[in-house]
Design a protein around this ligand. Sequence first.
Ligand code: ARG
Length: 582
Amino acid sequence: MNINSIISIKLKQILLNLNIKTNTNILLVKATKYIKFGHYQINGIISLANIIKMEPIILAKNIKRELELFYIIDKITITNSNFINIFLKISWLSYNLKKLINSSRLNVNIVQQSRNIVIDYSSPNIAKEMHVGHLRSTIIGDSMVRILKFLGHNIIKINHIGDWGIPFSILITYIEKININISNKLINNIKLLDKLYKRAKRYYDSNINFVNQVSFNLLKLQSGDIFYNRIWCKIVDVTIKNNQHVYNLLNVTLDDIDNIGESFYKNMLSDIVNDLQSKKIAIGKGYLSLVTINNDKINRSGNPVHLVIRKKDGTYLYSTTDIASIKYRYEILKANKIIYYVDSRQKNYFNNIFFIVRAANYVPKSVKLEHHILGMVLNKDNKPFKTREGNTIKLIDLLNESIRRVSIIIKNKYPEINNKKLIRISKILGIGAIKYFDLSKDRSSNYVFDWNKILNLRGNTIIYIQYAYIRINSILKKINIKKYRYYNYYEYYFNTNEEILLIIHILRLEETINNISKYGTPHLLCDYLYNLANLFSNFYENCHILQSNIKIRISRILLLVVTSLTIRTSLDLLGIDIVDMI
Ligand code: ARG
């Protein structure tokens, strides 16, 4: 249920009855900040009144008169500055609260039109260990998978692993140069492979003959050379297995079947470039194919912007596979929408790719292509997050460090805890702490990685949410909830502001999730959870449970149960696990 849209729909009808047909979107229904202004408010009366040339107070009064008849509304007030404040009927709110308890999805509606949505995320490159730069794409992408699925969309996850370009050829050419064979341990272990790649890259950067050799071998690989393809298979396999280990630890839903990397599109590439040339979108001499992006885009030196999609030597690039993948995702996977969770430095690149596929008519306008940009993770000095020695931080090391730190905190707080439990809980909270902190930041901005903030007991952290959750569970245990097993058959009675604020917030879950699905912004769910935990604390500190009469007691128990369910469901949607008790 979505109170905001229930009121908005009613408001539209009222405006129609009042014969106001244009600019009605100026009126906005919003939840209020303070309960003295009601539960919801309508903004924009003055602007609309000006347009339709009516006194604002007359417009407000007309709306008030009609809205007061709406069965969910208790009373309406108009402020001096012509805001309309709406007070909802408490009986209607408690009726809806009660409905949540019998719904496995907390009464969040499924979308009217289910869409095929491709989500391209994580997408690390082969032969390297995943590093901190992959964190955001992997976990934000994965929580969007869960959220859009929950809303009833058909989601196709794609891990567009980088397995077909120059970096790969650098590695294979180097392997050939130092003459090691496919069963050598340097190739079979991701850590060694990662080191080997770095060595190869240094050599590549300093040796021009090697550079030529690398392009030549890339062509060989891309044209199906058996020897190169065998090494390629091996390295892809070793990397994917290692990444899977990280995904499992992170509780991310990506699996082997979601791996559709760059190489998957290899057989489409030459046709695409030829097609773009015949459509005069791409131009070029010999093999070199350039796409001129569009007339009004110019680079720093004042020339039109180009994107290379086939090099002079005939090899294809990252860009070519991306064009092919969009075509494939539309034609074969029948995508209605493709979303990319990729860092903000690729913004121009994606704009250019989208421009090309539109110009070539590979996808119709109705198919949405969206790059949801991601900011970077930074050190305290606002530089990219690296080790003290300046190396990239491996994701697995970061996760293990978090688990280690959490286990120290737990051990200090609960010295008696047994080891098995300590290990289990530290893992859940250690992973949860990193995921939650990252998800709680607006995806498009950078954030500073700070252990003190990540593991803080106060503030918007998983530790704080977990604390609230355990508190609810222990209250429920203490009052022996089984004794009240008929609690959902009662009439409810709520009368304090603390209760009402908590109820309204709980009922705003659908509104929150719908906003997230529009903009791909899971941090709104963390904000929601943080407010929920705060409202719960206010309620718990101000409203007695056991000392109250049975009617109030039962109502408050219901509220506790629903709060706990809402925390659980929201965290599930973020892909974060918590514990019931310590
Ligand atoms: N492998 C790329 C990188 O590490 C990210 C790929 C993103 N997805 C895409 N379809 N281009 O930067």
